[in-house]
Design a protein around this ligand. Structure first.
Ligand code: GLU
Length: 550
């Protein structure tokens, strides 16, 4: 009896690996094309870290005409949540980081290298485990969990490294015959890798992000096939990333210390190892302390948060690229209107210790992103958001023609308005343009410099009676406000006022403020000319009337 017989006994039906090697050939891509993936476990809601990884993976694949795919790692079936796969695939779509191939939201496969869900690949893993057993590089282990527990206690007491290695690896030395007998007798077993490593030797490795790292060699005989017949993460990683022809494994840096094991597995099974890039987690400044962005503590850690508050996916992507490469900010300054896809992202320029995530900055980015949208886009996107989250806003937007006029104020020009960071800001941003909302709220008319009621009444009355005309162009409109100011004893120009403050009651800016406050209840608004154009003379007059009687 030899290793091959033992392998046949353990996995009698497993195919020869040549079958899979042919079925999943090398990809026919141009030189330098990166094939990469995200490989999340469907164990909960999608985290921002997942979107961050997907964006990075998608970006490097796109830049090199490569492939980005989604693999669902569901070998730990106890931790799986319902609709976990759909949640992941949908989040990728929502954030514009949809994979080129992989598992889809309706739990199907897209692409020729599937199945892209590990629980459906049991036969494949077993074929490769069989291949390793046949070469004497893996073996059945019959230790019970009690025995493993006992071993651990002994190791603790003896103050030696925990694990299944060297003299502790009991089943490693069982002869092929004895193992076969145990199996025939129905003893339960798992399959372990026979590590050729020595802990006192070092391996050097170059990680694309972390740089050169040195680790002790792996000497643990890790489990490759568990009691349920499914592989462990380590073995599935080797088999899948080989068969799916991954060139770059981009993953969380919690896996960095597993690199010696993974390289050893790749070497022993005889496959070329991919390149590795280990990403540091996204960090957050919590009262001066830098810590990981946490699903438990930070609402913004959940991918669903952005949909709920209405931050456009493009803003999230732009911000994530911004924290991924520090050169992004300068690039954006020099290329204000460029598409983010034009940014030359570099995996090896990512921060080793973790990028800082700042909601305030993300919202600033979002304001700029939204400022570049057309009125129609702002309308469509806020309506879509309102349908899900805000009935009242939905009703306000029912009159599309009017809403487009409102959203069109200071938009589409060189310096567009930047007052909307998220769709949940929209209502508050536009409500004064809606009469029922405006009159439905008690306005605090804060006129700033000019405060005498008689002065205010005089400005408002004279303006509407003698100066305002819906047909005026902006220059004429502004000249008329100057004329009004001059006629009532205010300086026509701010600089005239500054040169001779005692000669005037106040200046044209203060007069404008009176008009603005009476019109909107606010001291800060987008362009008043455009607001007046949208409201029209009758509504302006009515608003002034109400302000005078307030
Ligand atoms: N399933 C692993 C995880 O979610 C994947 C790591 C990898 O990308 O290889 O951490």
């Amino acid at each position: 009896m030899d290793y091959k017989d033992l392998a046949d006994l353990i996995f009698p039906n497993a195919k020869d690996i040549s079958y899979y090697e042919e079925k999943y050939p090398e990809r026919n891509l141009k030189e330098g094309a990166i094939v990469t993936r995200i490989a999340p476990s469907p164990t909960g809601v999608m985290h921002m870290g997942g979107i961050y990884q997907a964006l990075i993976a998608k970006t490097v694949a796109r830049q090199t005409d490569g492939v980005f795919f989604l693999r669902i790692e569901d070998t730990d079936q106890k931790r799986e949540v319902e609709n976990g796969t759909a949640g992941i695939a949908t989040a990728c779509e929502t954030f514009g980081v949809e994979p080129d191939e992989g598992r889809t939201a309706d739990d199907k496969d897209k692409g020729n290298y599937g199945p892209y869900k590990q629980s459906l690949r049991k036969d494949i893993y077993q074929a490769y485990a069989k291949y390793m057993i046949a070469q004497g590089k893996a073996y059945p282990c019959f230790c019970t969990s009690e025995e493993i527990e006992e071993m651990r206690t002994k190791q603790e007491n003896a103050k030696v490294r925990p694990g299944y290695y060297g003299v502790w690896a009991k089943c490693r030395t069982i002869s092929v015959e004895e193992a076969a007998e145990k199996i025939k007798a129905g003893e339960k077993f798992i399959v372990r890798f026979k590590s050729p490593g020595r802990e006192d030797r070092k391996i050097k490795h170059h990680d694309i992000i972390k740089g050169n790292v040195t680790f002790p060699e792996n000497d643990q005989d890790i489990v490759i096939i568990k009691a349920d017949g499914l592989p462990t993460y380590h073995f599935a990683h080797i088999v899948d990333d080989h068969l799916m022809r991954t060139t770059h494994v981009i993953r969380a840096d919690e896996w960095l210390s597993s690199v010696p094991l993974h390289l050893q597995l790749f070497y022993e099974i005889g496959f070329k190892a991919p390149k590795y890039a280990h990403i540091a987690p996204i960090m957050k400044n919590d009262n001066g302390n830098k810590r990981k962005l946490s699903k438990r503590k930070d609402p913004e850690a959940a991918a669903s948060y952005y949909d709920e508050v209405g931050i456009p996916e493009l803003a999230v992507r732009e911000y994530l690229l911004n924290i991924a490469n520090s050169s992004f900010e300068n690039w954006r300054r020099a290329n204000k209107d460029a598409d983010i896809e034009e940014f030359d992202f570099k995996l090896n320029k990512m921060s080793v210790s973790g990028a800082l995530f700042d909601m305030v900055k993300l919202q600033d980015v979002s304001k700029i992103v939204i400022s570049k949208y057309t009125a129609e886009e702002v309308y469509q996107k806020s309506l879509e958001w309102a349908k899900k989250y805000d009935k009242e806003l939905g009703e306000m937007l029912a009159d599309k023609e009017y809403a487009l006029k409102v959203f069109g104020i200071e938009r589409g020009n060189k310096k567009p308005r930047k007052d909307i960071a998220k769709w949940s800001d929209v209502k508050e941003n536009i409500d004064y343009m809606y009469d029922d909302k405006f009159y439905g709220t008690k306005q605090e008319y804060n006129y700033q410099v000019i405060n005498e009621k008689t002065d205010i009444d005089e400005i408002l009355t004279k303006y509407i009676e003698n100066y305002y005309d819906d047909n005026d162009d902006k220059q004429t409109w502004f000249d008329k406000i100057k004329d009004l100011a001059g006629s009532l004893g205010y300086a026509r120009e701010v600089k005239e006022f500054k040169a001779n403050p005692d000669a005037y009651k106040a200046h044209v800016g203060d007069v404008s403020t009176v008009l603005r406050v009476a019109l909107t209840g606010r001291t800060n608004t987008p362009d008043m000319y455009e607001i007046m154009q949208v409201l029209g003379k009758d509504r302006i007059a009515r608003r002034f009337e109400i302000a005078m009687n307030a």
